[in-house]
Design a protein around this ligand. Structure first.
Ligand code: NOJ
Ligand code: CA
Length: 726
């Protein structure tokens, strides 16, 4: 062997030694703790096994702790829990950076950019049965979930409780509603975490079908702010075949722990491998605007598998609706009776003479929709069963295909079609999911036969199957099955009272909006606090679009002379701003047509505003106080800005630097008058046309409980001439 080959051999041996050493070092290190950072390095996630083999994670943002060491695990019924006794058998890291295009959305293109860490954990005490925990760390936060791969030692199991901890770094300010298995329709309470116990009773006002959780808990999305200015939002993504998650509150230690909606037997999730939980999400930033801009929840959802999505369209609509809420104006029901069966002959009922959904009324609404460029009208109360629809926990309230005697489906559709307007179907199930499932195909076929392409579903009341909850695994699967089956019929769904959304509109893009929060209807039932809509985008809307039903111009409801003293707690102009601040590709102009006719200059904004967008710019935001958002219309050189404030007046500083450089545009500014006020002078506003460009800066006044709205479009030289430059 010459010197050269000896040297090579030595080198190989040395390399091997180093490789082995490196491997040993790596595995010892990796079995102890694993750390990854977000692509921009601001967020850092550490995973480790604590003594006893308990999985634990912690999260920091710019060196500040967001989640202090917190345990992860699940308790299993009749079996060994996935709580401890784990050892790490494998770790894997990867990165993804890709763009995708939602069918409808706030952005035309969404960037999905994250670093991933997957830990495989085996339980020696249980024949090395194993699970995985998958972490995805984005620039805007963390997602993690538990995975249960197919294996000899694990096939079926029932979850007793998920025990994911969120050990917060302080007694944060929190915007919260009580944990409830059946409704999210609560008013928000703003407090410190430590104050939740003493405020819980007051926060839990009575709502139809409520089942407040016995343990001290709050709903997600849960929005928090730390004393040192970190904004933290906890929710979930991709809620499929699993119950919704609430957060049990340990108000002494500032700790939240997952709590799942049970079924009647107390079980929380029936699982079969391969299986996984939904993602648990923590969106974090030191800027409130980043929270609203986050696309983390959508990114964690699966892309849609629908081949053709051309039939999924944004919808701006009016409806035979608000008049049902304006005390005593009109009714869903046709008959005076209140003990009917769907097998009864409804032509024999005694008409109550206030039925809203008549053929004549429908035609008036169709005329108004056609004249003002609306895509569709929602008609509620068209079908038999409304005489005793609520409160009786009755299985068969509606059949979804039989119209009342004074509503001619064919004639209404022929008239609507002749005017280019669609009718939105209404399927109130009164909580009877079983009845709805049995009749679903007939109901959707009826829609196809009569030209309906969208349906508003509703789940008012206690759920049937009796003992199930709105948020339990069974119902979670029900809503998804309805959306999937609707897709077979090319039908879009807008669900009310369903479990709050978790970004599934990416996977099932025909599920275009949901209510699942306290919406405009409550303005007729006690009113919404002036800060309510400055909180909703940070909470409920983090999960997906909301059918908030804005656009109420006649805010003082005593106007109708029906004895109501209720009032909508906003200025008229704030209602305009909602079309921009409350994102939804399905937007209603909820007021009665006559009220729009009284304020034609303000109504112009609702007629003009887009509902699907190329880009969104969150300009200003503070939960509970104010929000200002600008958006560019999908495929059009038009921009719309909406700004809202709480009960305090404010001045918004608006920039226009997202407009193309070097070009002048016409801006129409809808503003609260100087003496406007949500409770004393809500209908006083100004409409001004001016010239703006990318360099313009505007200081805009918002009245107490008020807002502003701006539409921006290109103009010809003659249109621009004579307008003042801002
Ligand atoms: C409650 C819904 O939120 C509301 O919009 C609807 O009109 C009623 N239920 C009746 O279905
Ligand atoms: Ca406030």
């Amino acid at each position: 062997m010459n010197f050269q080959s000896q040297k090579i051999l030595f080198q190989i041996r040395l390399d091997r030694k180093i490789a082995v050493l490196f491997f040993v070092f790596l595995s010892v290190f990796s079995l102890q703790a694993q750390e990854i950072t977000s692509p921009d390095k601001n967020l850092s996630l550490k995973f480790e096994l604590k003594e006893g083999g308990i999985p634990s994670y912690q999260l920091s943002y710019k060196q500040k702790p967001v989640i202090k060491p917190s345990s992860l695990g699940l308790e299993i019924q009749n079996g060994t829990s996935f709580m401890d006794g784990f050892s790490i058998t494998n770790t894997a890291q990867s990165s993804v950076d890709e763009n995708w295009n939602p069918v409808l959305g706030e952005e035309k293109t969404i960037r999905n950019h994250y670093n991933e860490l997957v830990i495989t954990l085996a339980q020696a005490k249980n024949n090395n049965r194993y699970i995985r925990i998958r972490f995805r760390l984005f620039n805007d936060g963390l997602g993690f979930r538990y995975e249960f791969p197919k294996q000899n030692e694990l096939s079926y199991f029932v979850i007793k409780e998920e025990r994911s901890e969120f050990n917060l770094n302080g007694n944060h300010k929190i915007f919260w509603i009580p944990g409830d298995y059946d409704t999210n329709e609560y008013a928000y309470t703003t407090s410190k975490i430590s104050e939740i116990p003493s405020l819980m009773k007051k926060a839990t006002i009575e709502i139809n079908a409520q089942q407040p959780i016995a343990a001290l808990s709050v709903q997600t999305p849960s929005m928090m702010k730390s004393d040192d200015g970190l904004y933290i939002n906890i929710h979930e993504a991709g809620l499929i075949n699993y119950p919704a998650m609430y957060l049990e509150v340990d108000s002494v230690n500032n700790k939240m722990i997952s709590h799942l909606a049970p079924d009647v037997l107390g079980a929380k999730g029936y699982m079969q491998t391969d299986a996984q939980t939904p993602w648990r999400t923590i969106v974090v930033s030191d800027k409130a605007t980043d929270i609203l801009a986050s696309k983390l929840i959508l990114n964690l959802n699966e892309p849609t598998s629908y081949k053709d999505v051309s039939w999924i369209k944004p919808v701006k609509y009016i409806g035979i609706w608000w008049e049902y809420f304006v005390a005593g104006r009109s009714t869903w029901a046709f008959g005076k009776e209140n003990n009917v069966k769907i097998t009864d002959d409804f032509t024999k009922l005694t008409p109550n003479r206030k039925h809203g959904a008549t053929t004549e009324r429908a035609k008036e609404y169709i005329d108004f929709a056609a004249k003002n460029g609306f895509d569709a009208i929602l008609i509620e109360g068209w079908n038999i069963g409304w005489e005793d629809w609520i409160g009786n926990w009755k299985e068969e309230v509606f059949d979804f295909v039989t119209a009342y005697p004074d509503f001619d489906v064919k004639a209404v559709h022929a008239y609507a079609a002749s005017k280019g307007v669609k009718i939105i179907m209404h399927h109130e199930t009164s909580g009877s999911a079983t009845n709805y499932e049995r009749r679903l195909d007939r109901a959707f076929q009826f829609m196809n036969d009569n030209g309906y392409d969208a349906v508003k579903t509703g789940y008012v009341g206690k759920i049937i199957p009796r003992g199930e909850h709105h948020d339990g695994q069974w119902m979670v699967n029900h809503y998804i099955n309805v959306a999937k089956r609707a897709a077979d019929y090319k039908i879009m769904i807008n669900s009310h009272e369903a479990v709050r959304p978790t970004g599934l509109n990416r996977t099932f893009p025909n599920w275009i909006a949901q209510e699942s929060a306290r919406g405009t209807e409550f303005e007729s039932m006690g009113g919404l606090a002036p800060d309510h809509t400055t909180i909703l985008p940070f909470t409920r809307l983090m999960g997906g679009p909301m059918d908030y039903t804005p656009g109420i111009f006649q805010t003082d409801l005593s106007y109708y002379g029906t004895g109501s003293t209720q009032r909508v707690n906003t200025t008229l102009v704030k209602q305009l701003a909602y079309y921009v601040t409350m994102y939804s590709p399905l937007q209603m102009a909820a007021d009665i047509p006559g009220n729009y006719e009284r304020f034609p200059d303000a109504f112009q904004f609702i007629k003009d505003v887009a509902v699907d967008w190329d880009n969104s710019y969150i300009l200003e935001a503070e939960p509970g106080d104010y929000i200002t958002i600008a958006r560019k219309a999908k495929g059009r050189n038009e921009w719309f800005i909406g700004g809202i404030t709480d009960e305090n007046a404010r001045t918004s500083n608006i920039s226009f630097d997202y407009l193309p450089e070097g070009k002048n545009f016409i801006a129409t500014i809808y503003a609260d008058a100087k003496d406007a006020n949500w409770n004393q002078n809500p209908q006083k506003y100004t409409v001004t046309k001016v010239i703006v460009n990318a360099k313009t800066k505007l200081k805009q006044y918002l009245a107490p409980g008020g807002g502003f709205a701006i539409s921006i479009k290109e103009g010809t030289a003659s249109e621009l001439k004579g307008l003042k430059k801002l």
